[in-house]
Design a protein around this ligand. Sequence first.
Ligand code: HEC
Ligand code: HEC
Length: 220
Amino acid sequence: MKDTPRFLLLCLAIVVQAQTAMADPPPAFQGRRLFVSYCQLCHGPDGKGDGPLAAQMKIKPADLTTTVRSRSDTILRKIITGEGKQTITGRDRHNLISDAMPEWKSVFSDQQIDALIAWLRFLSTSKHPLLGDPSVGYKTYEQYCTACHGEQGEGDGILTRLLKIEPADHSNPNAMNPLSNDELVDSILEGAGEYMPAWEGILSRAEVEGLVSYIRLLSQ
Ligand code: HEC
Ligand code: HEC
């Protein structure tokens, strides 16, 4: 390892990080977890309506990657809780949600429903598939990245107050969407500018791919 300023910063970042508490992950991250536990059995892992239960069902689970685009958050909330479902307005049959979709009533808190909706928005709008496991990415980001990039990825970590560094805002879709998964992998492995450390040889492939997914969910 070369004795560069970038390397020294890397050490500093890890020390600073060890002393701060875990931040809440972004809503889409939490929503994905709920989706895996409660929804993918019918809707499938990618929301396409092809979960293991789908084959046996008479009314097929919706392909959420297309249907939710035209739905407002309010309507999605009604569909998920089942409360006020009958008041969904629209001319075609598509707007009648049958009992084949469970009514979750108060199973989820308001915050959890917001999280589910954030994940549905990701499924239906993201141009970039999740590359690795976001849970691995969450832990790794907390450990190695938030000191500079900030707890919510906004580019306002503790070290940015001590040094004149300005990482991009990972929570800003306009900044992140133009970058491909491969470009993010390269930035992470190779480092960038004066201050972004190169993580090649420090992080495993799975950790780097997890980080890319986590950054995607931060910018949802
Ligand atoms: C037991 C299977 C099942 C489970 C579990 C399930 N769904 Fe559904 N869901 C369906 C079916 C079937 C439909 C289509 C209903 C229809 O077309 O009448 C549907 C429709 C929907 C729709 C409406 C799609 C649209 O815009 O027309 C949304 C949104 C939705 N589900 C979200 C969820 C979420 C979020 C969860 C997890 C909390 C979930 N579903 C769990 C079976 C399921
Ligand atoms: C010592 C501070 C520091 C640490 C620690 C750090 N970064 Fe960065 N990072 C930066 C800076 C500064 C930039 C902007 C570099 C430039 O000038 O283009 C950057 C850039 C990036 C970029 C390119 C897009 C962008 O945001 O500008 C990605 C992706 C990135 N970092 C991810 C990570 C990940 C993932 C980690 C943790 C494994 C991490 N960074 C750790 C400071 C840091």
